[in-house]
Every structure is written in structure tokens, then in C-alpha cells.
Design a protein around this ligand. Structure first.
Ligand code: NI
Length: 158
């Protein structure tokens, strides 16, 4: 199991734009495995590569239906809105209210560089938006309505 250190808000790497992945080599596969281990260990529902200090366009998500690995993800369709609590593993113990689309369709490559599409609603739609934002240096705090509050002990962080 390969755990990586999660970068915390204030670390400037979280504000950088990530680079496209050209091919998934051994190094990238190890990164993806480590990202999954790190996300599960932290009880998160998503993690983006810059959160472990790597400026590549890779995210992992698991909202309870098994792991989704997205390489070079792009959101191609959104519909409706949801407003609710959101957290981030880079803001441990914190949460804020964020409005996101309630339906998201994304295209991406999987770990074999096969083209894939995924549709998500509710938490999955929120997680896709949140993690894709990370790849452009955008943090949920940029979207928060009102204050970020202390919710130490709650499990759902992305
Ligand atoms: Ni996050």
C-alpha cells in the first residue's frame, strides 16, 4: 500500500494547472494505485493528483460504487443544480456550502488509455466537478457560499 502525503490548503501546488497525460506508464500506474490507497485511507470520496503533489490530469473517485479512475477528464455536459455541503481532503475537518450541477457527463481515459464516458448525478456529479476543478488549481473554497465551517469527524471529504 502506497500512501502519499496530502497537500493542505496554502500549499501553492494546489493552485497550479496540471498537464495532460500522454501515456500511462509504470510510474503513472503506481501513482494511480497510491492515489486510491491515499483516498481510502483518508475516507475521501475523491482525490486529484495535485493533492499528492503531482501536476498531472488524473483524478480518482469512489462515492460508494467502486473506484473510478479518470485520466484527462473533461466535463462535456451539465444540467440542473444542487446546493449542499462539500469538503476536501486538502481542508481536513472543514466543510462549506457549494452549488454544483446535479447532473454531469464527463469523458476521460481510463488507466489503459481507453476513451470512456461517465454520467453522474448528486454526489457523483459533485465529486466529478470538485476533482476536475483541482486539475486547474480551483478549490471548493473558491465557490463556497458563506463560511467554511469546522466539521471534524464527518467522513465525506473529497
Ligand atoms: Ni478536494
Amino acid at each position: 500500500m502506497g500512501l502519499r502525503k496530502i497537500r493542505i490548503f496554502g500549499d501553492e501546488i494546489l493552485r497550479k494547472k496540471c498537464k495532460e497525460v500522454k501515456d500511462v506508464n509504470l510510474r503513472t500506474r503506481i501513482l494511480i494505485e497510491d492515489m486510491l490507497d491515499t483516498m481510502y485511507e483518508a475516507n475521501g470520496v475523491g482525490l486529484a493528483a495535485p493533492q499528492v503533489g503531482v501536476l498531472k490530469r488524473i483524478v480518482v473517485i469512489d462515492v460508494g460504487d467502486g473506484p473510478v479512475i479518470m485520466v484527462n477528464p473533461q466535463i462535456i455536459e451539465t444540467r440542473e443544480e444542487q446546493t449542499g455541503e462539500e469538503g476536501c481532503l486538502s481542508y481536513p475537518g472543514k466543510s462549506g456550502i457549494v452549488t454544483r450541477p446535479n447532473y454531469v457527463k464527463a469523458k476521460f481515459f481510463n488507466e489503459k488509455m481507453e476513451e470512456c464516458e461517465l454520467e453522474g448525478t448528486e454526489l457523483l456529479a459533485r465529486a466529478i466537478c470538485h476533482e476536475c476543478d483541482h486539475l486547474d488549481g480551483v478549490l471548493y473554497s473558491d465557490h463556497v457560499e458563506g463560511e467554511i465551517v469546522d466539521v471534524s469527524g464527518q467522513p465525506d471529504n473529497a
